[in-house]
Design a protein around this ligand. Structure first.
Ligand code: F6P
Length: 526
């Protein structure tokens, strides 16, 4: 694997490209209120783009734009494991983790993990799993366990991420320590939250009389040396590679907890779905390439129309954790405003991502989506078939999803609202006044992503769809989606403040914190 820090590169600013001007103009001159159906078939799912702005000219301008940004070359470099993360000098080769012809070292680690899980299952060991990890070492596993273990598992699984002591206290409460396995996941094995929670778990095991607490730990990390030095037994350290970004790591042994909770075959199914989406991303022409089309629609919404956020609305309660998963994927990847040449990007980049499963979301914030001054594009996600035995529930769930989407697209004019009020028997003056409150602007963009059912294959495909969408958007904006320097700054300041908060440190600290931070350090030190 090449691992060199590349020299600063000459990279054209987006707004200097004639293809960008063409794309912008095409986006501004078409509307959502189009009557043509525009559905793209991809492995494990289909995406309805009918709720986005579209026109033949916008499609053509999008093709020209990605070609100008070198999509074919950059996609090939990504998938070949070349150094695409140029600020950190490494590859972002998560696709290798799910490829059927994965590199031998990846296959060997997969087999090791499967064998370990098989033995634990055969021996009916570890009734309790405490998964300790944060960010990319947490969300993907939470998502998969929630999606496929919602109806109960023979193992009890708890997740502990936050450094807040209540998290680890709740994570360990009531568990039988003899039957508890702690799965410690940290690519770097230096993350403060994870190490602090791991130390507390080890204290708890020791305090409850477990003879060899370290035997109750498994680690998944790119720093096996640190995990071994910490005390995890050699046979229980699983490998991750430097070329896997944290938020792209669930395809690896990071998902050990998934395998223990819901089975290795679930993980294999997700990998197969993601690998099929990888092929689609490579082979499908741009107009019928789901990640490319989603990326371009997102760029229209964010950079041309100025929409500051993206709402994720899974109409499936098993997918509650899809929201934070996509939030980290998109916001850690696209929350940048400097391009590869080191210049400010001249258009708005990655949106804020937020959401909640429908129908809960309808009773929480959909009012804002329908009639608020900003609104936001929405990704609706829906399964055609449910896995429960109550068809009426599912019919109503589908109806709610389609209705919310239709209301956002169609809107309601003043005339329509007026007729509604008159039919309801309102006197003319009041009807004219009330109708204005009942107008819906409509024309609000959305995707509808339909999965045949929530299979591991479809979920894997869905996650890879978002990964590749993010890659294409970063390429067009000209930013590096694989670093996260913004997260590091606060970590460094926190290290200093932790020391300043130690009792007996005196009234002030050494670092030049701002006045207010100084004040609160003094207050909290007591
Ligand atoms: O939040 C920053 C981050 O670096 C994420 O990218 C990563 O997923 C998370 O911290 C956890 O990092 P690690 O796996 O090294 O503990």
């Amino acid at each position: 694997m090449p691992n060199s820090i590349l020299a600063p590169i000459d990279f054209p600013a987006l707004t200097a490209l004639p293809q960008w001007k063409r794309f912008t103009l095409a986006a501004q001159t078409c509307e959502v209120r189009d009557t043509a159906l525009d559905i793209v078939q991809a492995p494990g799912l289909e995406v309805d783009f009918s709720g986005q702005r579209h026109s033949p000219e916008l499609l053509a301008a999008g093709r020209a734009l990605i070609a100008a940004r070198g999509l074919d070359t950059e996609r090939a470099r990504l998938l070949a494991g070349e150094v695409v993360n140029i600020t950190e000098g490494r590859a972002a080769w998560h696709t290798a983790l799910r490829a059927p012809d994965a590199p031998p070292e990846v296959q060997a680690e997969r087999a090791r993990m499967d064998a370990w899980v098989r033995r634990a299952d055969t021996e009916r060991r570890w009734r309790n799993i405490v998964h300790i990890g944060i960010g990319g070492s947490d969300w993907g596993v939470r998502l998969a366990v929630g999606a496929f273990g919602y109806a109960g598992m023979w193992r009890q699984v708890r997740f502990v991420a936050n450094i807040d002591g209540h998290a680890i206290e709740g994570g360990l409460a009531g568990l039988d320590p003899r039957e508890t396995l702690v799965v410690l996941v940290s690519k770097s094995f230096t993350t403060a939250e994870t190490l602090q929670n791991a130390a507390r778990a080890r204290e708890w095991l020791a305090a409850t009389g477990v003879a060899r607490p370290d035997d109750h730990f498994v680690a998944v990390t790119a720093r096996a040396d640190l995990a071994l030095a910490w005390g995890v037994p050699a046979g229980q350290v699983f490998r991750l590679w430097d070329w896997v970004g944290g938020r792209f790591s669930l395809w690896s042994a990071v998902s050990l907890t998934t395998a223990l909770a819901v089975g290795s075959d679930i993980l294999a199914g997700m990998q197969a779905g993601a690998a099929a989406m990888d092929n689609h991303f490579v082979q499908a022409p741009p107009d019928v390439n789901a990640p490319i089309r989603m990326a371009l629609a997102g760029i229209v919404n964010r950079s041309v129309l100025g929409q500051g956020s993206l709402n994720i609305a899974p109409y499936d309660s098993r997918l509650a954790n899809l929201v934070p998963y996509v939030q980290q994927l998109e916001m850690e990847s696209l929350g940048k405003s400097v391009d590869l040449a080191g210049h400010p990007v001249s258009v708005p980049t990655g949106p804020a991502v937020w959401g909640m499963p429908g129908t809960d979301a309808q009773h929480t914030f959909f009012q804002w989506l329908h009639q608020g001054s900003d609104g936001a594009p929405v990704d609706f996600i829906l399964c055609q078939e449910a896995d429960h035995h109550w068809p009426d529930h599912h019919r109503r769930l589908i109806a709610n999803c389609l209705a919310q989407r239709e209301a956002l697209m169609r809107g309601k004019s003043l005339d329509e609202a007026l007729v509604e009020c008159e039919v309801a028997g309102e006197p003319p003056d009041r009807a004219a006044w009330l109708a204005r409150h009942r107008v819906h602007p409509g024309g609000r963009p959305n995707h509808l992503i339909v999965l045949p059912r929530l299979s591991p294959y479809s979920l894997g495909a869905l996650l890879a769809l978002y990964e590749h969408k993010v890659f294409v958007q970063a390429l067009v904006w000209g930013i590096n989606p694989f670093d996260q320097w913004g997260v590091e700054y606060g970590k460094v300041l926190a290290q200093d403040i932790v020391q300043a908060l130690e009792p007996g440190r005196g009234a002030s600290v050494d670092v030049a914190h701002d006045l207010s931070t100084h004040h609160w350090i003094d207050v909290f030190r007591g």
